[in-house]
Write a protein that binds this ligand. Structure first.
Ligand SMILES: NC(=O)c1ccc[n+]([C@@H]2O[C@H](COP(=O)([O-])OP(=O)(O)OC[C@H]3O[C@@H](n4cnc5c(N)ncnc54)[C@H](O)[C@@H]3O)[C@@H](O)[C@H]2O)c1
Length: 283
């Protein structure tokens, strides 16, 4: 299968490189010509252990390509991943800015030829798949396509290992045709007995936000327990160990410290709260 990836940032580059390493023909696309020119010469714009070797190996094997030509790449693709950014908007507290995702969908819609599966890897709020279906149908009323949600759970610093040996793969799709394509894509991981959760796009979209928000909550929880420990002569590291050994709780994300940060937790927790307000279920 031919795969194209719209957005060659952290997620797009890792996803594209790993799928090419699994044997697919992949083209990573970006609007940033300088980034694409650099990647064609083997210059990797981010530091991620093992990524440089994997990019160079698959580019040499002619499975991994880089381009700015969305139109011609998408028309020959069986699967198109959207991996563009979804930062917070300034106009509405916490809500995710979907303008990059919608622009990418319009670019894709104009170029589709033949049945294509369009997959959101970007972290997007519930109902985005429905909105993408409407945008694509509006621009290109006759083409056959499915929109699938396939959120990414990789951690920066161990992104390749997380892609190749994930705890689970989550796929939200509505048709058997799209499910078959997604099963073929992830077949090499299923052979390693990776659990796969097939569900609706709406559940899949919510799984990503719920997962990040749960992990952020664990960090915040242990920090509040740390504040209490400082007042009552308890040791938060011992408390974390004592509760974390309970398999229902788990040891990870129970390190008291400065709080959560990074590129995803702050925006994703705010976006989940914004979505909940939209549905009149404040969290
Ligand atoms: N970084 C992470 O650890 C991580 C993990 C899981 C999920 N995510 C999610 O994945 C998404 C992407 O995150 P990222 O960190 O890879 O973003 P990023 O900012 O590193 O990359 C986005 C890329 O998309 C390109 N782009 C934007 N619009 C485009 C268009 N129309 N056509 C082609 N290219 C376009 C930009 O030039 C940029 O290079 C976000 O929704 C994020 O929340 C990120």
């Amino acid at each position: 299968m031919n795969i194209s990836i719209i957005g060659t940032g952290y997620v797009g580059l890792v996803t594209g490189t790993c799928f090419s390493d699994l044997g697919f023909q992949v083209t990573c696309l970006d609007l940033d010509r300088q980034k694409i020119d650099g990647l064609k010469k083997g210059v990797i714009p981010i530091y991620e252990p093992g990524l440089e070797n994997l990019v160079q190996k698959n580019a040499r094997a002619k499975r991994l390509f880089f381009s700015t030509d969305t139109k011609n790449t998408v028309k020959d693709s069986d699967v198109v991943f959207i991996a563009v950014g979804t930062p917070p908007v300034l106009s509405k507290v916490g809500a995710a800015d979907l303008s990059y995702v919608f622009d990418a969908a319009k670019d894709i819609a104009e170029s589709l030829e033949g049945y294509t599966v369009i997959v959101t890897k970007s972290t997007v709020p519930v109902d985005t798949a429905k909105k993408l279906e409407a945008i694509i149908r509006d621009v290109n009323p006759i083409v056959e396509f499915d929109v699938v949600s396939n959120p990414e759970f990789l951690r920066e610093g161990s992104a390749i290992e997380d892609f190749m040996r994930p705890d689970r793969v989550v796929v939200g799709c509505r048709t058997e045709r799209a499910e078959k394509v997604m099963r073929t894509l992830y077949q090499p991981l299923f052979q390693l007995e990776t659990p796969i959760v097939f569900t609706s796009p709406e559940s899949s979209e919510l799984i990503k936000y719920a997962a990040n928000s749960f992990l952020a909550t664990k960090i915040t929880f242990i920090n509040q327990i740390a504040d209490l420990c400082e007042k009552c002569d308890a040791n938060v590291n011992d408390v974390a160990l004592g509760i974390g050994l309970d398999t229902r709780i788990g040891k990870k994300f129970l390190n008291a410290g400065p709080g959560y940060g990074g590129s995803c937790f702050p925006k994703d927790t705010l976006a989940l709260a914004a979505t909940a307000r939209d549905f009149d279920v404040p969290l």
